[in-house]
Structure formats: C-alpha cells, structure tokens
Write a new protein. Structure first.
Length: 258
C-alpha cells in the first residue's frame, strides 16, 4: 500500500491532538512564541529543537510533548504570525479600501517575519488563523461581487502582489544587513560602474540620469511601488466587475447536436 503523502498527512494540523493527561507545565503557546523570537532573530536556519529548549530552559520532553519535530513547529509558528494579518469585515469599508488594507497588512506581516516567505506553500495552511483569514477574505470578496473561481483568482492575485513585494524587499534588506552597508552606500558604490556601461544601455542610462535615486529612501520607494501596483490591480478588478465579470462562454458545438 502506498504511503500517504507528507505534504498533507505530515501536517501538524492533520495529527490528532494528544490527550491532556500528564501534560507538562510548558504550554504549546509558550513554545511557539519562543520559536518565533528565534526565527525573527536568525531565520529558519537558526531554529533547532535544542536551541529552543535552551531558550526556554526546558528539556526535550516538554517540547516533544507538543511538537514531533521542527517541521511541525514551523507550521505552528507560521499560523501564529498569520494571526497578525488583518482582514476587514465586509461592512467596515468599501471593498477597494478593504482589500487594500488586507494586502498591506499581509505585506507588513511578511516583512516583520521574513522567514515566513520560505515556508508558504510547503504545507497546506490549515491552522486556525490561516482559516480565519481565508474565511474573512471570502466574505469580503463575496460582498464585493466576486463569485466562483474568479474569487480564488482575485485572492491569489492579492497574495501574489504582497508576497512578491515582500520577498524582494526582505532579500535586499538581508543583503544590506549582511554586509553592514546602507542603501545610499550601495548606490554610490555602483554609480561609477553604471556610468561606465551606460553607452551600452542608452535607454536605461537616459532614464537613470533623469531620475537619480542616490538620495532616496529605498523603503519609501518600495512602499510607493507597492501602493502603485496594488491600486492598478484594484482598478482592474473594479473595471472587470463593472463590465459584468467573465464573458458568457459560447455553447460547445456538441451541445447543438440532437
């Protein structure tokens, strides 16, 4: 008999909860919060069950009572921080405002906890916070007028914009931190090289010289770029809704046969 796939059945959410009798004093909530502190400080590579036990002054028995391994712990930590993502209630504001609030909240959460980015998609997100977020987003998009799989596509589009933006920002910020340099220092360092190769790329060079970024705050630039893209996405979705959504499909030729 083939084994069950780890992608689903290896998830902590698919494992029956342990009986509470004899449960150690250390709670799962304490373990998860301590894990998140380590993850925020050092990323997924810096988290181990041994280091977590040391940070909690607890033995392995207390940890393994609640989690079988590091993978389960990462699932629990991911769902815990997804609880920071705010999805407005449908009646709180017009849908354009609400989906903008959601996308900004998701991006901000990812930037506070960049280790999340590498975990998304590794396992089904079935925890209570992930399911709450999904349920509220469905309610919001339903109220806006999206239905069927179009709603799924809209949700994916909003997630993709937030995750893509956060992925690039987190990677660049990590590079700055690793080399202990500021964005302005990096820009000044590469300026002579860009001047040198400018004639080989005249269109880019002309734009670069007309729009110098040396003194700009890159975070402000990222914020503005994210807002610009999100507004264009919402504009397109609103236009699509006003136009009546997807066109009615033409009947299949076989349907005309008797």
């Amino acid at each position: 008999m083939p084994s069950k796939p780890d992608f689903v059945h290896g998830s902590v959410w698919m494992r029956p909860p342990r009986a509470r009798g004899g449960q150690p004093a250390l709670s799962r909530e304490q373990i998860v919060r301590a894990a998140i502190e380590l993850l925020d400080a050092e990323g997924a590579a810096g988290l181990s069950m041994r280091r977590l036990g040391s940070s909690l002054s607890a033995g392995a028995t207390s940890l393994y009572w609640h989690v079988a391994n590091k993978d389960e712990l990462l699932e629990l930590a991911l769902d815990e921080v997804l609880g920071e993502v705010y999805v407005p209630e449908p009646a709180d504001a017009p849908w354009r405002v609400s989906v903008t609030v959601f996308a900004n909240s998701l991006r901000a959460t990812l930037l506070r906890h960049p280790w999340m980015i590498g975990l998304l998609g590794n396992k089904p997100t079935l925890g209570p916070n992930a399911m709450r977020m999904g349920d509220r987003l469905v309610a919001l998009l339903t109220e806006a007028g999206f239905t069927g799989f179009a709603m799924s596509h809209v949700s994916s589009l909003l997630h993709a914009h937030a995750i893509g933006s956060a992925t690039i920002e987190a990677a660049i910020a990590a590079g700055f931190g690793r080399d202990n340099v500021t964005p302005s220092e990096v820009l000044r360092e590469i300026e002579p090289y860009l001047d040198k190769i400018g004639p080989e790329h005249p269109h880019y060079d002309q734009w670069r010289r007309a729009n110098p970024v040396t003194d700009l705050d890159p975070r402000q630039l990222w914020d503005e770029g994210f807002a610009f893209g999100l507004e264009r996405i919402v504009d397109g979705l609103e236009h699509w809704l006003v136009a009546g959504g997807p066109p009615t499909p033409a009947p299949h030729p076989a349907a005309d046969k008797t």
